[in-house]
Design a binder for this molecule. Sequence first.
Ligand code: UD1
Length: 423
Amino acid sequence: MDSIVVTGNGPLNGQIEIAGAKNACLTLMPATLLTEEPLTLTNAPRLSDIRTMTVLLQSLGAEVSALQDGKVLAMSSHDIHNHTAEYDIVRKMRASILVLGPMLARDGHAIVSLPGGCAIGARPVDLHLKALEALGAELELKDGYVHAKAPGGRLVGGTIDFPFVSVGATENALLAAVLAKGTTVINNAAREPEIVDLVECLRKMGAQIEGEGRSTITVQGVDRLNGATHPVVADRIELGTYMLAPAICGGEVELLGGSMDLIGAFVEKLEATGVSVEATPNGVLVSRKNGRVQAVDVTTEPFPGFPTDLQAQMMALLCTAEGTSVLEEKIFENRFMHAPELMRMGAQIDVSGGTAKVTGVEKLKGAPVMATDLRASVSLILAGLAAEGETRVSRVYHLDRGYEKVVRKLSGVGAQIERVKEG
Ligand code: UD1
């Protein structure tokens, strides 16, 4: 199993290219199941989660080819001969549940394993299932699998009222409603940029959708969808993560391909710490020239609020701030597992329920630490970049799920970082 070894060595300077969004790509890929014509995604990220979705779609009969070193995904679902998404693949990645809506919409039946538990919280899929029931689906849970049928072979439009915002459930609802008969209204829909990206792609495929980016989305079902080519939106979480690198180490780094509109709430908090952020013709320029950053309070919320997927990384920065910051996690109940690891590096953090109080220290100290989930793993790397001495982050397979070429991207701006084989 590989580890990442980071040695803190001062300011970072240069440019980092931002990849296409993992979370957008994972919801765009199942859209191939909605049409017999080819769907091609460009600007795809090269990540293990994308490979898992590829294997899942292939297991159903879809053709998926990674071209141009994986940056282009050429997909075709003219022959879907298997309608069961097996546990062995689904358990690896919760987003696998996103094949349920489109398979059911296309052929009127589907069997999908329930995703297992996840380290950052219980994360049930009840809202996904309720949304499909609102479109007429009949569901039965048997032996860990959801058996879904559309009576008469086709879903029918309906009203979906989400009790709270769920990104995945909104995506599954959209992927099902586009081929349902009649009109679907989704209330309390997620407004994330990845939802907007999915709608833009579905529209190119011939879907009739209005309201993306707002909390009510209306879908007019159509009889068939066509193929399309669509570029995956930039990864706002990768963008925010790398914006934190010069913030925590000092220096000046330009992020190429990202836009501040994707993470307004995060930019506001970063600026409040004293870091300078400005838009450039090619992306975003972040610099910290002198002094320590200042403490700031952060509460995670659905978009357009501060993203939960940047909470761990922001905590790494605040560990080095002047003063005490309060971080409130409102999306996932168990998402402070990085805190004890950061404390091994000398951070002062007091976690109580969904709140973490972070009192900044002047300097973190390198230590062996363990990645517990995807975002936690990169927060430990950021902390290591700013620490005195060597930090060894183990269990980096979490990192490979969501960050491509981390070592190359960070060493390109002057970080001392390498991947080493262990054991
Ligand atoms: C997506 C993102 C993930 C991000 C999260 C919140 C993908 C592949 N993943 O995850 O990186 O952290 O949005 O921005 O896009 N919930 C239920 N029942 C459900 C569904 C969700 O109770 O059926 C709960 C979850 O446990 C969580 C909250 O709703 O507490 C929000 O989760 P959701 O927005 O659905 O997250 P995901 O789509 O799984």
